[in-house]
Each structure stands twice: as structure tokens, then as C-alpha cells.
Design a protein. Structure first.
Length: 272
């Protein structure tokens, strides 16, 4: 229905206007975009961790390509013992991973990310945020508007000893941020509806622990991207400040976020 509405509006515009209007959008100076997100699966043996530090530059709105940054110094400092883990650019341009030692963050420990680029230093400090495991995933038979959606029901139990914020990753760059205000300490389930799924299709659903500030940041990113055109966490669609600061030149602030999440994941196969 939404696509049909867009087509009708576009048709009206095209048929009612004959003059071509060039829109000159102002472009500011490129800013460094730092996406430093790590997921630690402590409930898996051996412990697994996913993520890294992705560096890009902001680009004009209509540009198809996002410039990557390859000449930066990147490291993370464990503030409890001042150990440093250095990162190097991987085979993927602009994506930095640990050089030698695997980075597995621990709870109740502050970690500081440092990125040095173009003679300016960017830093952010955060801690590993706990989550809860996914108890179960089942397929339901409810639908929404079109009648051909696939309902997947996610079950989990919130920890009543703390205020929790979660980021659900439903695969295919689909996300949902949630807080436990209305289900604290309870067993809870909710439905998520997929479009264009086929029987036998495999997917992985994750639940990440996040703090309140990242919860607000994620909500804004998801809302502004409307889940279209790719992963909203790779390149912020608007000038949205995260938790990273420029200590050399505060006015030249970066975009992006430094986040450490404990995560739980569970695979699921779509049925008939």
C-alpha cells in the first residue's frame, strides 16, 4: 500500500509539472563516521565475539558510494589495567579488527576507543552491557495488512534485578529497540512479522544488551531510516551525535557510536 501511494504521488507530480527543477542541496565538510560495535556471546563455548571498527566519511545525500578511511590509528584501552589492543585494517577497506590479541570485553570494566585520523583524536568510553538469553522462537499463523506475512514469536525472560534495554536484530538489517519498563522481571514474548519469506529460509535472531543512551540513539536511527536502503547502523542517515568526541577539535565532531553488548542468538527456519 505504501509503495502504491508513492507511485500515485509521483504520477501526479510528473503529469502536472513540465519544468525541470534542479535542487541544490548544501553539502558540509565530510565528517568521520565511526561505527564501533562489538557483540560478545558469553553463553557460547568457546566465547565468540563479532564486530570491529568501521571508519567512513560522510558523503553528500545523493552520492551512491560512501568513502572509506584507510589511514587511521585505532586502538582500545582497558581502563582497569591500561592494556592496549591495537587494531589494523582488514581486507575489507575501512574495517579495523584486532591485530594480535582477540578483544573479549569483561563486565564492570571501562574501555576507551581511540581513533586518530587526519591529525585529530577521537575517543569514547563505554562498558559491556549484559543481556538475557532467548528462551525460544516459534512460528505463528497471524498476519498483518497484506495477509502473506510470516509471524515469528520471540520468547525471553527479563532480569528483574536491573533496568534493561535491548536491541533485537531480526537479520536482514531489521532492528527493534526495547526497554523492560512494562515487563521487568517477567517472561515475555512478542511477534515480529517478516515479508517475502519462503519455506526453508534460515535466519538468526539476536538480543543485545544496550544502555539507555544507545537505546535512544538506536531508536532515532531506526525511525529515520525506516528500515529501507540497508543497515541503519552502518551510516547514520542524518547528523546524529553519538558518544564519540573529538578531543583535538570539538567542533569537528564525528558521527557514529562505540558500543559493547553481551548478546544471545538463536537460529530459526521458516516452515510451510
Amino acid at each position: 500500500m505504501k509503495k502504491l501511494l508513492y507511485i500515485l504521488v509521483l504520477t501526479l507530480i510528473v503529469t502536472s509539472c513540465e519544468d525541470v527543477i534542479d535542487v541544490d542541496l548544501p553539502n558540509g565538510a565530510p565528517r568521520l563516521v565511526i561505527d564501533a560495535s562489538f557483540e560478545t556471546y558469553l553463553n557460547e563455548t568457546p566465547v565468540d565475539i563479532e564486530g570491529g571498527v568501521r571508519l567512513t566519511l560522510s558523503a553528500p545525500f545523493f552520492d551512491d558510494e560512501v568513502p572509506t578511511v584507510s589511514n587511521a590509528t585505532v586502538f582500545i584501552t582497558n581502563q582497569s589495567n591500561n592494556t592496549i589492543i591495537n587494531f589494523a585494517e582488514s581486507i575489507e577497506p575501512g574495517f579495523y579488527t584486532p591485530e594480535i590479541v582477540e578483544f573479549i570485553p569483561e563486565f564492570n570494566t571501562s574501555y576507551t576507543l581511540t581513533v586518530i585520523y587526519d591529525n585529530e583524536t577521537y575517543t569514547a568510553t563505554t562498558e559491556l552491557v549484559p543481556t538475557v538469553p532467548i528462551d525460544n522462537i516459534v512460528q505463528g499463523d497471524a498476519t498483518l495488512f497484506d495477509g502473506d506475512e510470516t509471524e515469528v514469536i520471540i520468547f525471553f525472560t527479563d532480569d528483574g534485578a536491573r533496568d534493561d534495554y535491548y536491541l533485537f536484530d531480526f537479520d536482514f538489517s531489521l532492528f527493534l529497540a526495547s526497554e523492560d519498563r512494562f515487563y521487568q522481571g517477567e517472561s515475555f514474548n512478542f511477534s515480529y512479522f517478516y515479508e517475502d519469506m519462503i519455506a526453508g529460509q534460515n535466519l538468526t535472531i539476536k538480543i543485545l544488551g544496550i544502555d539507555e543512551r544507545y537505546f535512544n540513539y538506536a531508536n532515532l536511527l531506526i525511525e529515520q531510516s525506516e528500515q529501507e536502503g540497508g543497515n541503519p547502523f552502518l551510516t547514520p542517515p542524518v547528523v546524529l551525535r553519538g558518544n564519540i568526541i573529538n578531543t583535538t577539535n570539538p567542533d569537528n565532531y564525528p558521527l557514529g557510536y562505540f558500543n559493547l553488548s553481551e548478546a544471545s542468538r538463536l537460529g530459526f527456519t521458516v516452515e510451510e
